[in-house]
Unconditional design. Structure first.
Length: 353
């Protein structure tokens, strides 16, 4: 469509208008429960560099937008998220930003918030059922497809690949897994994929990768669905003497997912080969921007946005702003006919921390 995604007011105008509100952020909102822009933000976890970066960005953008914050951390536990949301409601928040890792179990809580007319924006994940004001994420199926195209091309369509899956109770884990498998079956049928469920846990990922190498020492590719598996993967490759240049026949091609600074440095050093840069900074920015818009009564429609993304309608009553997430490589050369971004590009958030 050629229609603009914002109705009545563009993003730039919204940002300008937000300057009229006094900035206040932090765990204790300056405006108190009476603030018309008091927002509860639940951080989903703090045990990965990606989410720690997101946690750093949230108060920065809250200050720019004049949003007051109450924050909690559910530590990858849906029971904690439900409890934290109850706390937000008791504190009088006007909107909630969350990233539920279990995208099915959050439905009753979303219904409760809807009953209380408290708008919700989810970032990174999309609820399996129920409606929220806006979902802010990237196309996670594209993550899996990009990883598949990179590994399939580098391996010449032959060999064995390990996919360290995230949690399959999450829409993200399912999207990345299904898209990777479908792409491999369609475009690279000569490649064998070993899917290893990890529940987004680093120790589980390392253990399963070690076991897989023991039974299939000729593994030539690894797809990590998140950087949570980065340290363990590198350690295993080093122990097995496989940290060698791509020109060496023993090289194992590694694609990660997040775009954290450590991944970009590792690409430059030749320790991994690619990653998908998931926009931690934009998740924070537009998560807060959309919840503020919801509180102020603004509405949106499908179509291109003024910030280079596209809003799609996932199902009736549910919109998703799909932010750009480029494949990052050493040289920035196209893979499978698709563009990639060079690891040292200044536009990548991981190079601006």
């Amino acid at each position: 469509m050629n229609r603009r995604a914002l109705l009545g007011m563009g993003v730039a105008t919204m940002l300008a208008a937000s300057a009229t509100f006094a900035a206040g952020c932090g765990n204790d909102a300056t405006g108190g429960s009476g603030s018309e822009l008091l927002v509860g933000v639940d951080y989903p976890r703090s045990d990965t560099d990606f989410w720690n970066s997101y946690i750093t960005y949230v108060p920065q953008f809250a200050s720019e937008l004049g949003v007051d914050l109450k924050t909690t951390n559910s530590q990858n536990d849906i029971a904690n998220l439900i409890s934290n949301t109850q706390t937000f409601m008791s504190q009088g928040v006007k909107g909630v930003v969350m990233a539920p890792q279990d995208t099915a179990a959050i439905a009753p809580t979303l219904a409760q918030l809807d009953d209380k007319k408290i708008p919700v924006v989810t970032i990174d994940t999309r609820p399996d059922t129920g409606n929220v004001f806006m979902v802010v994420r990237a196309d996670n199926r594209a993550y899996g497809t990009k990883a598949c195209q990179f590994l399939g091309t580098k391996l010449g369509g032959k060999g064995k690949v390990v996919m360290l899956q995230g949690g399959l109770d999450s829409i993200n884990g399912r999207d990345r897994t299904e898209a990777f498998n479908e792409c491999m079956q369609r475009d690279f049928p000569g490649i064998t994929v070993f899917g290893e469920a990890t529940d987004w846990k680093a120790d589980v990922a390392a253990s399963k990768l070690q076991t897989r190498f023991a039974s299939d020492p000729d593994i030539k590719g690894i797809y990590m669905q998140s950087s949570f598996a980065l340290s363990g993967t590198l350690q295993i490759l080093k122990q097995r003497g496989l940290q060698v240049p791509p020109t060496d026949p023993r090289h194992v091609f590694v694609v990660s997912n997040d775009g954290i600074p450590e991944e970009l440095k590792n690409i430059g050093a030749g320790l991994i080969d690619a990653t998908v840069s998931q926009p931690a900074d934009l998740y924070a920015k537009y998560g807060l921007e959309y919840v503020k818009a919801a509180i102020e009564g603004k509405t949106f429609q499908p179509g291109p946005t003024e910030h280079g993304s596209t809003i799609i309608q996932v199902r009736d009553g549910l919109l998703e702003d799909q932010l750009p997430a480029p494949l990052v490589t050493l040289d920035g050369a196209p893979i499978g006919g698709e563009p990639t971004t060079k690891f040292d590009d200044a536009a990548l958030w991981g190079n601006n921390g």
